[in-house]
Write a protein that binds this ligand. Structure first.
Ligand code: PLP
Length: 410
């Protein structure tokens, strides 16, 4: 019996379902009204498939899903149901997963720099695995979380990744011995090593280098009497490169440096790989402005201006789900919900979010047929670092999510 997710939490869909089907249904339902809010369709079957592929490609690695990537209810529930662990960055993320019943041993508090009150919260709630990369964190932990099982995060070469993290986190190898010695003196238990090769990592060799570095730190730790048993290979798995190809390089490195039988548990913290393709977004055109090439507004006589530029304003923007443009270097591409006829002329067009800020631009230099207020635009691959950092700036509410589950996946 499911513990974490019920049938009432999603729409059950039949075999052959694609997210677009449910989007069309919702659009059809609301098209008789003016109530055309932007919405997501999240295909939980896609998340299930990703999880199964992950387990198959990296059979020695237990995934601890990185909540920061998308902590929406359906995603967290389905992954808890599938037995995944969770990488939490804060008290609120720990509360969220514990709120649905996830056990503390399935949580790693993977933020190397934590507020003291949040360390105490983890201690009180039985969350023991936590990362660190500096001396001050060790002192904070020794005073506030006597049962912590610390994981030393090391820096990586993240130059081949779309979002680099080692500029902020990760101890250089040369400071690891000192950190381990300090941990020993403070009586802090250090159980393993973690790293993050940067988000959207295109080069599996970055994992290999870090796995080999981790081995060195395991050896150093023995000098201080530690027998480490956890290797955390972090996140970074891209959504658009085959995981199989990445795994073909990562698995041999794991077998070389941490062979089976070496009593080392291996975990990872994948985020975008799990959710990017599961989410599709539909936005509605709420306003439109034509600009003649000389920069002035339209005089209403379109025929005179075949080269006009058109600005479309839609009901989600960079302060909402499209924050990925700024925070995740994303370039979302719209798909027209209504198929245009091939003889329709194309105009240079730009897309803007609904807020009063001119930074709120989603795309420019698009070649689109002329669209109308009330038309829909669709965006695929909108699951990673979108809903997670979306705000209510200007009073625009976060975009709601419709969850779909194919019967076979259920
Ligand atoms: N783990 C940590 C500590 C992170 O900071 C991140 C992303 O920033 C992740 C995991 C997830 O990374 P990704 O979405 O690239 O898999």
């Amino acid at each position: 019996m499911p513990k974490y997710i019920q049938e009432s939490d999603f729409t059950m869909v039949e075999e052959g379902f694609v997210a677009r089907d449910l989007m069309e249904e919702i659009i059809n339902d609301v098209s008789q009204t003016d109530d055309r809010d932007a919405f997501f369709v999240a295909d939980l079957g896609d998340v299930v498939r990703k999880h199964l592929r992950f387990l198959k490609a990296l059979p020695r690695v237990k995934p601890f899903y990185a909540m920061k990537c998308n902590s929406s209810r359906g995603v967290v529930q389905i992954l808890a149901e599938l037995g995944a662990g969770f990488d939490c960055a804060s008290k609120a993320e720990i509360e969220l997963v514990q709120g649905i019943g996830v056990k503390p041993e399935n949580i790693i508090y993977a933020n190397p720099c934590k507020q003291i009150s949040q360390i105490k919260f983890a201690a009180k709630n039985g969350v023991q695995m936590m990362t660190f990369d500096n001396e001050v964190e060790l002192s904070k932990v020794s005073r506030n979380h006597p049962n912590a099982k610390m994981v030393l995060r090391i820096a990586t070469d993240d130059s081949k990744s779309s979002a680099r993290l080692s500029v902020k986190f990760g101890a250089p190898l040369k400071s690891c011995r000192h950190l381990l010695e300090m941990a020993k003196n403070l009586n802090v238990d250090v159980i393993g090593v973690s790293f993050h090769v940067g988000s959207g990592c295109m080069d599996p060799k970055a994992y290999v280098q870090s796995i080999s570095d981790a081995r060195m730190v395991f050896e150093m730790a023995t000098e201080f009497g530690y027998k480490m048993w956890l290797l955390d290979i972090g996140g970074g798995f891209p959504e658009n490169v085959s995981l199989k190809q990445m795994a073909a390089v990562i698995n041999p490195a794991l077998d070389l440096y941490f062979p089976e039988g070496s009593a080392v548990e291996i975990i990872a913290e994948p985020g975008r790989y799990y959710v990017a393709s599961a989410f599709s977004l539909a936005v509605n055109i709420i306003a439109k402005k034509e600009v003649r090439l000389d920069g002035s507004g339209s005089d209403g006589n379109e025929e005179n201006y075949p080269n006009k530029n058109i600005m479309y304003y839609v009901n989600d923007g960079v302060y909402g789900s499209f924050n990925c443009i700024f925070f995740d270097h994303a370039h979302p591409k719209p798909i027209l919900q209504k198929k245009p006829s091939p003889d329709q002329p194309l105009y240079s067009s730009s897309l803007w979010g609904p807020t009063c800020d001119a930074l709120d631009q989603i795309a420019e230099h698009l070649q689109l047929p002329e669209l109308q207020v009330g038309d829909w635009l669709l965006f695929d691959n909108m699951g990673a670092y979108t809903v997670a950092a979306s705000s209510t700036f200007n009073g625009f509410q976060q975009t709601c999510i419709h969850y779909a589950m194919p019967r076979a996946a259920w």
